[in-house]
Design a protein around this ligand. Structure first.
Ligand SMILES: [Fe+2]
Length: 205
């Protein structure tokens, strides 16, 4: 279940991802068991999603970065350009899933509870209530064509919250800071919810 508990304010998410220091990315451990989010998300989905899907993004990101370093070492600009799509896709997949796991928690660890403090105030101020924000995010997520993500973000220009989507594995970048993301790829729900993704979006909260 998604958890906004402990989020102090919009924009409190820490940065995740690669740096310019070349080191291998690794699959982050989850802070809960695969079955701990049942019945909202089955243990089988969680295990496959984490061990297989997320691991594949990590593996392919490491491969792409290694090839990129080789191309850069040879001043092969064409080669560098050709690798950018793979770095964006797999790097985005690694960042997005890392944020996703951090945004989920079993009820015993605060999952399903609402936010407090400044974030709660901002949600009520902008959306009227947590329930209305959930409705907004779920409608937005349901409207994604193909694969992508729905996000609650902080807009650093307006200092307001926004709900937006990113396609494929595009991460949240630029003026937006991600607070909470919902994976709207079929691999996140299909084994349990089949084609009724609206039920997955409801249950995940
Ligand atoms: Fe996913």
């Amino acid at each position: 279940m998604l958890s906004l508990a402990g989020k102090k304010a919009a924009g409190s998410t820490r940065a995740v991802g690669s740096s310019f220091v070349r080191q291998k990315h690794t699959l982050p451990d989850l802070k809960y068991d695969y079955g701990a989010l049942e019945p909202a998300i089955s243990g089988k989905i969680m295990e496959l999603h984490h061990k297989k899907h997320h691991q594949t993004y990590v593996t392919n990101l490491n491969v792409a970065e290694e090839k990129y370093a080789e191309a850069a070492g040879k001043e092969d600009v064409k080669g560098e350009i050709a690798l950018q799509a793979a770095i964006k896709f797999n790097g985005g997949g690694h960042i997005n899933h890392t944020l996703f796991w951090e945004g989920l928690a079993p009820t015993s660890q605060g999952g399903g509870s609402g936010p407090s403090g400044a974030l709660q105030s901002a949600i009520v101020d902008q959306y009227g209530s947590m329930e209305k924000l959930i409705g907004n995010m779920n409608t937005t997520a349901a409207g994604i064509q193909g694969s992508g993500w729905a996000w609650l973000v902080k807009n650093t220009e307006t200092q307001k919250l926004d709900v937006l989507t990113t396609p494929n594995q595009d991460p949240v970048i630029g003026k937006y800071i991600p607070i909470l993301g919902i994976d709207a790829w079929e691999h996140a729900y299909y084994l349990q919810y089949n084609n009724v993704k609206a039920d997955y979006f409801k249950a995940i909260w």
